[in-house]
Design a protein around this ligand. Structure first.
Ligand code: CA
Length: 406
């Protein structure tokens, strides 16, 4: 679901980058086909996969390559925000208050959605708020079919967008939307919950019962589909997703990160405490400790349901923000600052660190200045090697150690 964030970026000028690092770091490829020849071959394939001639004509006749989409796709700047910056901006007071109002105003619909999918109202409303400011952002101005056809023809991620184009055709064929109604984000997402065409077709729900999945015009369809997508990612009814905690000054920091799961009793033994309210139960419920800004910053226990957020959007800062906003709308207090003042590394510092890690064969790819999961994992490895707290967050100290270490 990394695509989704671009709708957000377009709406809010956040410019937050969540692409898969290796794909992004690859040098610009070259298209060698001719678009019309490619389209003719695609149509044959679509027919073979059960798309009718009528659908093909309605959706693809006259569709041309759009160079503007390629420019958008190539021109994503590198601009990162720390968790506190991003969460602060994305869940600011206005959006929080509006979220509480939306919970009230849509209580009956949201209760029905929870009954059907197991996903609670604050989780649905938080995603709706982040993706489109509760529908205020209409999801973009691009013709989806032209956009995804252009990106499917383009050499960069043809397989992913070919699936999206096929998904868009199936949406048309099922009678959910006409091609001219499919207006959305430049990368193909539709509606206030920013569905890719493929997810729209597979996981969209007709929740208002008019016989069509219309996420663009039906709030019921859009919100129920979002919950249904989380359910498809394994959301478990009645289970928590995220909880803010306090970490001690010292603990085995290498146990942090989504790859490590321990029962809450183990976290309690290591000195992890509830940040608010009742003490953390010392039970068998599995959780990971996530430290989006390292051991000095905010800390959260991520429960199995958190995995659904990572499937929605793989960027840890986005996923944590969305899950956190859900807890806020469910009544949790605002996030505390953590144990100290984590220094946020600059893009240049991250690049310098990446070059050092690449030289030591701890990281592959290019020094792109993005603090993605691969870079965080390499940082942890390097911290363990030089004897710094292994919280996977880059520091100037680590850069200096790596420069002088052999
Ligand atoms: Ca409907």
């Amino acid at each position: 679901m990394w695509q989704r964030i671009f709708g957000l970026a377009g709406a809010l000028a956040v410019g937050f980058v969540t692409m898969v690092t290796t794909a992004e770091a690859a040098p610009r490829c070259r298209n060698t086909h001719n678009f019309d020849a490619w389209m003719a071959a695609f149509k044959k394939d679509a027919l073979a996969q059960g798309i009718t001639q009528q659908t093909l004509s309605a959706a693809l006749d006259g569709v041309t390559f759009d160079p503007a989409i390629i420019r958008r796709d190539s021109g994503q700047g590198v601009f990162q925000q720390s968790f506190l910056q991003f969460a602060g901006r994305m869940t600011a007071a206005g959006r929080y208050q509006n979220g509480l109002q939306q919970l009230k105003a849509n209580a009956a619909l949201l209760a029905k959605i929870e009954q059907a999918t197991g996903v609670p109202p604050p989780v649905v409303v938080a995603l709706w708020g982040l993706e489109s400011d509760y529908g205020a952002y209409k999801g973009g101005i691009y013709q989806i079919i032209r956009s995804v056809a252009t990106l499917a023809y383009d050499c960069r991620r043809p397989d992913f967008f070919r699936d999206q184009l096929m998904g868009a055709l199936r949406i048309v064929q099922r009678g959910d939307l006409r091609p001219d109604q499919m207006i959305g984000n430049w990368a193909g997402e539709l509606g206030p919950t920013q569905f890719t065409p493929s997810d729209y077709f597979k996981h969209g729900l007709d929740f208002d019962g008019d016989g069509r999945v219309d996420m663009i015009n039906s709030k019921a369809d859009a919100l129920a589909s979002a919950a249904n997508l989380l359910k498809s990612f394994g959301w478990q009814r009645g289970q928590p997703w995220l909880q803010e905690v306090r970490v001690p000054a010292e603990m085995p920091w290498q146990e942090s990160g989504l790859d490590n799961k321990h029962p809450r009793s183990q976290w309690v033994k290591w000195g992890v405490r509830s940040a608010h309210g009742a003490p953390l139960p010392s039970d068998n419920l599995e959780a990971s400790l996530i430290l989006p800004m390292g051991r000095l910053g905010p800390a959260f226990l991520a429960y199995p349901n958190f995995r659904a957020y990572i499937e929605w959007n793989a960027a840890i800062v986005y996923a944590t923000t969305a899950a956190y906003f859900g807890t806020r709308l469910a009544g949790a207090p605002p996030v505390g600052p953590g144990n100290g003042q984590p220094v946020v590394p600059t893009t240049e510092q991250i690049q310098e660190l990446q070059r050092l890690l690449i030289a030591r064969k701890m990281l592959t790819g290019e020094a792109d200045g993005r603090l993605g999961s691969a870079t965080r994992a390499a940082v942890k490895q390097a911290q363990l090697k030089v004897g710094l707290p292994a919280d996977a967050y880059p520091t100037v100290e680590l850069i200096e150690r790596l420069k002088t270490a052999r």
